[in-house]
Design a protein around this ligand. Structure first.
Ligand SMILES: Nc1ncnc2c1ncn2[C@@H]1O[C@H](COP(=O)(O)OP(=O)(O)OP(=O)(O)O)[C@@H](O)[C@H]1O
Length: 362
């Protein structure tokens, strides 16, 4: 990670008896695009509001460029917040909405208008400058909100689900715009979202939170391939979790006895010993389906159902002795070639390299 711009140092937030964020620490790098994800109510927005100065931490400290932000009001920070509801002023023109932050900072009208117009042009909204914001489309308003936040040239931009009210097509366009803008400006973005697609397509690193705690921080690839624990694996949803007792620890792989026979798992930095119970996960996109086993780990399964995600298909297979369905992700074409019908019997197989222990990636 690049040099830390923001440090969240053992920060907690309590609302009465309820702890929304529990002693959380992580740093955000200069110019980084950081996405925060997690189940509903896990404390994402509270974290963002503390960064923005809309809530004070109950304990711990937030530092920007090494300076404590304690007691600083939102307008005294370099951390503006753009959120889903936008909060544009309906009675002001587009230009005056964008210039509002500059007005609060005492910038004179001609300079304010010059800078606001430059941002509107950058976001392809120049022709709408004199319009009332209520006469704009959802996507245009979203860009006005962005221009309003960026006009003060903040060090960090905080975004709370800014695209959730947009339709899928517009959301994809806005994702591309946000990403290129962030790269071009070199501004640090902290982006709260429910959408894995948004987080994984835009962010340099993703923070996964659950019940006020950070479960994992890492690149989208690292989180996708090596979830740190059961929560992250289930949240991301691209693996099947299995359990077995250790039969043999080899150099490259570990042999386990499971309810479905012996299975080999990448050893990574696994340190358990013979007889120990261990959870492991199998990556859904590394499982092969056919009539015969093609890899050393294999189970006979019954095809239950499928779900399209873009041009990939997730298959759900029932395997006797397994608590959860076995998930398999295939390209749509491969799935079509298989011609599967619900109830069909198949063999699913995977190499040891497709199976890992939690937190065990070498
Ligand atoms: N002002 C408040 N007073 C009391 N409880 C609050 C307050 N703000 C948030 N909470 C509680 O803190 C927890 C975390 O809320 P937060 O809004 O940060 O969650 P979130 O992860 O952003 O959720 P969502 O994805 O649903 O928006 C929730 O249980 C919420 O009810």
């Amino acid at each position: 990670m690049s040099e830390a711009l923001v440090e969240i140092d053992r920060v907690s937030k309590r609302f009465g008896d309820y702890t929304a964020v529990t002693e959380t620490s992580f740093s955000i790098g200069q110019g980084e695009f950081l996405a925060i994800m997690g189940s509903s109510g896990c404390g994402k927005t509270t974290m963002l509001r503390m960064l923005a100065g809309l809530e004070e931490p109950s304990a711990g400290e937030i530092r920007l460029e090494g300076r404590s932000q304690k007691g600083l009001p939102p307008w005294g920070r370099d951390l503006p917040l753009v959120w889903q509801s936008l909060a544009l002023f309906p009675f002001l023109s587009v230009l005056d909405n964008v210039g509002f932050g500059l007005k609060m900072r005492g910038v004179a009208k001609p300079e304010r208008d010059r800078r606001s117009l430059a941002w509107l042009q950058k976001l392809e909204l120049g022709e709408f400058a004199s319009r009332n914001v209520m006469q704009l489309s959802g996507g245009q308003r979203q860009r006005v909100a962005l221009a309003r936040a960026l006009v003060t040239e903040p060090k960090v931009l905080l975004l709370d689900e800014p695209l959730s009210a947009l339709d899928a097509h517009l959301s994809v366009r806005m994702q591309a715009l946000l990403r290129s803008l962030q790269r071009e400006l070199g501004i640090t973005f902290v982006y709260v979202t429910h959408s894995q697609t948004e987080a994984f397509s835009m962010a340099d690193r993703v923070v996964i939170m659950s019940r006020g705690k950070v479960e994992q921080i890492g690149s989208p690839q690292a989180i996708y391939r090596h979830p740190a624990n059961r929560f992250v694996a289930e949240f991301i949803g691209n693996v099947t979790i299995l359990r077995g007792s250790v039969a043999d620890v080899g150099e490259q792989s570990v042999r386990l006895n499971t309810a479905n026979g012996g299975m080999s798992v990448s050893r990574g930095n696994f340190s358990g010993s013979h007889g120990a119970q261990a959870d492991f996960y199998v990556n859904a996109d590394q499982i092969v389906i056919g009539d015969e086993p093609r890899h050393e780990n294999h189970v006979r399964a019954r095809f239950l159902s499928h779900k399209f995600i873009g041009n990939m298909v997730t298959l759900f297979l029932e395997v006797p002795g397994m608590d959860d369905d076995l998930k398999v992700i295939l390209p749509e074409r491969t799935y079509d070639c298989l011609g599967l019908q619900p109830g069909d019997s198949v063999v699913a197989s995977w190499p040891a390299a497709a199976a890992h222990f939690f937190g065990g990636a070498a």
